[in-house]
Design a protein around this ligand. Structure first.
Ligand code: ADP
Ligand code: MG
Length: 347
């Protein structure tokens, strides 16, 4: 990645110089940020709003693989996964903190790349970077992002509000991020066995982007507000549709029917699934990291939403006693399971 440049070892910077270097471009955009980087703590001012706070910790070798994840994308994604959680509360993300632990095998330029992705996300989503922490690690890279957002007290949406007869809706399409990861893993394996073979990634840009450069669906939050629709429950899809639906149903004490035919899957995802001999619906149900929003709306909103392109009605909330199931194409019922990635095999 840095073939033609002279690299700067981390040791050339002291901790404080490194922090200054990485944070010199941080710009404050919001009046709610009273004090950002530069003191012992940041200071925020939220008056009548409620504040939502969420954190994710990403560990090299566990959550990301630097052999195919560009550092800029990693920086971007580590911000996005947190903004997505803020959106899932029906809140607007405003500030982030970023903490990193780095080993000396990373040159300063690598951290610049990481931060260029972080700043890109901050620009795109109008977020203030207000602080963080910097420390060393024995081996890999760790990144922890905390996001802070605001919401009017009567607008916050939890996982536990779904009601019987509500419509189940999902934004965008599903399974792409998982299939993008499978493709990257396959090409990595081929490259390891024979470094002369170049990865074949053409034609699959969409799913690669779904894996490497996800977006937070703040546009959906804005659309719902514009339509004056308040979801009864909401969650973001980080672990697959099945698992997230089960969270909503468990916390709301309801059941659900999801229709296989309605589960939104992109053409490129279908093509990739075919190649891997995976059922694309299984990838949508159990693959993770799509960062779409899953939410429930009262049946009375049907006329308002039925012809929208931004999200799809995939089923309905039922009585708890009916359980959580998918209605297959042939009408048979399949219980939903929180399988996660490990359960993904053929068929
Ligand atoms: P302290 O000794 O109180 O932990 P630091 O010297 O670590 O303070 O941090 C100084 C300032 O720089 C603080 O405002 C802190 O939030 C910010 N900061 C430290 N590391 C990072 C980082 N990796 N990204 C963004 N801001 C950081
Ligand atoms: Mg510190």
């Amino acid at each position: 990645m840095f073939e033609n440049t002279k690299l700067t070892p981390l040791s050339q910077f002291g901790e404080f110089a490194l922090i200054d270097h990485l944070t010199k471009d941080a710009k404050i955009k919001h009046t709610s940020t009273i004090k950002g980087i530069g003191d012992d703590a940041a200071v925020l001012n939220y008056t009548e709003k409620q504040i939502v706070v969420t954190t994710d910790l990403l560990v090299e070798g566990v959550h990301f693989d630097l052999s195919y994840t560009p550092l800029k994308h990693l920086g971007y994604k580590s911000v996005i996964v947190n903004l997505s959680d803020v959106c899932a509360m029906n809140a607007r993300p405003k500030q982030i903190t970023v903490s990193i632990a780095v080993s000396s095998r990373f040159p300063v330029e690598a951290l610049e790349e990481l931060y260029s992705g972080i700043y890109l996300a901050c620009e795109k989503y109008q977020i203030d970077l207000i602080g963080g922490d910097t420390t060393s690690s024995q081996t890999g890279l760790l990144i922890s992002v905390t996001a802070i957002g605001e919401v009017m007290p009567n607008k916050v949406v939890y996982r536990n509000g779904a009601q019987v007869n509500d419509l189940i809706c999902v934004s965008g399409d599903l399974g792409g991020a998982y299939l993008g990861l499978q493709l990257l893993e396959r090409e990595k394996k081929i490259f390891k066995e024979n470094p002369d073979i170049q990865p074949v990634l053409e034609g699959y840009d969409y799913i690669l982007e779904r894996q490497l450069k996800p977006e937070a669906r703040i546009d959906i939050i804005e659309l719902l507000e514009k339509l004056e629709l308040q979801p009864t429950s909401m969650i973001d899809i980080s672990d697959g549709l099945s698992s997230e639906l089960l969270h909503i149903c468990k916390q709301s004490e309801v059941g659900c029917d999801v229709y296989e035919v309605k589960v939104p899957i992109d053409y490129v995802s279908k093509k990739m699934a075919d190649e891997f001999e995976i059922n694309p619906v299984v990838a949508a149900l159990n693959g993770g990291e799509d960062y779409e929003l899953l939410f429930t709306l009262p049946l009375s909103s049907f006329d308002t939403i039925k012809s929208l392109q931004e999200f799809t009605i995939i089923g309905k909330i039922t009585e708890k006693e009916s359980g959580c199931q998918m209605v297959s194409l042939d009408g048979s019922l399949m219980p939903l399971k929180a399988q996660g990635w490990n359960g993904l095999t053929n068929g």
